[in-house]
Write a protein that binds this ligand. Structure first.
Ligand code: PMP
Length: 395
């Protein structure tokens, strides 16, 4: 066969995509073995029956043809109203592109911000798809390191230095954060916003966990002075409404950026199925109790895990302020996150993500998704801690 483009063969930078433990766990499950899967951000509930009824009614009512590429007007209006309500920033239909999930929005935003060979900055630890997404858009993915000791918050001065050195065109941030659970404080966001203004960067603000905040307050940086003109906000219904498989999200951006992104959507996705959009419209406009219900188990389980961890001292947690994960520090065992996760899967059939899957800043950590039923999660954490204690003694 002819060679594949370097754009695709270079997506993982010659390394792995970080999902090995997840794939191994899935293979064990496929071969009939029980595994407690605490790997990906997939809810343990399925999409609410009323949303499915709306989806069914829309499809049976005939909304099965090509839908408007930018998104149907009513959904774009509902997203604009939601964003305006939450942020106070004037937002209209022409600021919104409906996308097949936040992932497509992330790719599109980088296509809009970066020409081939431009540098795109992102914060390490990062959601595992980020570097590949940036490289797929033919940009250079440049991580900005953070430290566990400072809650994995980015330092604006470091971002400024890298922006200067690389001539970067964009900065990607994610708050509430996957994998760390950090909710960026206003001071950090103001600092990052000034760097974006000073270095003429697009800020790509991934806010897909904005309904899952346990402490602190989520602030959309688009609301900071001067930022509406240089911010592309990534939204999604995957996490807020347990609609991961429906593939529905959005970009909110300045009108000229949305106009250009509609051209990209026309040449790539050609829009999102109309019946999915109708279901999303129902979910967004019906009642907000639904989002609260979807988020509630993660808050409860976060507290539950912190309680289990408080009974020992080998494994410590970065106290997540939001999102559906906890980062555990297992450096006291002397093992890497990867070695720990592989050994835990072998010994106890518990699957967690190695911190290294999310960048070098998260080495020696594990990310635990709070996505199994409470008592099973509690047992898994106890087993993980006992396993860590055995390794710490041996170290
Ligand atoms: N951003 C972050 C930080 C995520 O964790 C995810 C999904 N895990 C996404 C974006 C993409 O979500 P989706 O494509 O399902 O909207």
């Amino acid at each position: 066969m002819p060679g594949l483009s370097s754009r695709l063969t270079g997506m993982n930078d010659g390394g792995s995509d970080g999902w090995e433990v997840f794939y191994r766990a899935r293979a064990l499950v496929a071969s009939g073995q029980p595994v407690t899967e605490l790997t990906i951000g997939e809810h343990d509930i399925s999409t609410d029956a009323r949303i499915l009824d709306a989806l069914d009614a829309a499809a049976r009512g005939g909304h099965t043809g090509y839908a408007m590429v930018p998104g149907v007007d009513a959904l774009r209006d509902a997203i604009a109203a939601r964003v305006q309500d939450r942020t106070g920033v004037a937002t209209g239909r022409d600021n919104v592109l409906v996308t097949p999930g936040g992932q497509s929005a992330l790719f599109s935003a980088h296509m809009a911000a970066c020409a081939p060979g431009d540098t795109a900055l992102f914060i390490d630890p990062f959601y595992a798809t980020y570097p590949g997404t940036i490289r797929a858009a033919s940009a250079i993915a440049r991580p900005v390191s953070t430290r566990a000791a400072t809650g994995f918050l980015p330092d604006p001065a470091t971002v400024a230095r890298l922006a200067r050195e690389t001539g970067a065109k964009s900065l990607l941030i994610n708050t509430p954060n996957n994998p760390t659970g950090a909710v960026y404080p206003e001071e950090t966001l103001r600092g990052l916003a000034s760097v974006c203004v000073e270095h003429d960067l697009w800020l790509i603000s991934d806010e897909v966990y904005d309904t899952q905040v346990w402490s602190g307050t989520h602030l959309s940086p688009r609301a900071l002075p001067g930022m509406a003109a240089r911010t592309m906000v990534i939204g999604s219904m995957s996490k807020s409404h347990a609609m991961t498989g429906s593939r529905i999200g959005w970009i909110v951006a300045p009108e000229p950026a949305i106009a250009a992104l509609i051209d990209l959507a026309t040449a790539t996705t050609y829009g999102v199925p109309g019946y999915i959009q109708d279901a999303a419209l129902f979910a967004l406009t019906d009642d907000t109790a639904l989002e609260t219900r979807v988020a509630a188990p993660f808050r409860r389980r976060r507290d539950l895990v912190l309680d289990r961890l408080s009974r020992q001292s080998i494994v410590t947690a970065i106290p997540a302020q939001g999102a559906m994960y906890l980062m555990l520090d297992i450096r006291a065992t002397g093992l890497s996150g990867r070695a720990f996760a592989e050994a835990l899967l072998d010994a106890h059939h518990i699957a967690v993500m190695p911190g290294e899957s999310f960048g070098t800043s998260a080495a020696g950590h594990l990310r635990v998704a709070l996505t199994v039923e409470d008592s099973r999660l509690s047992d898994a954490i106890d087993t993980l801690c006992a396993f860590a204690a055995r390794h710490a003694c041996a170290a």
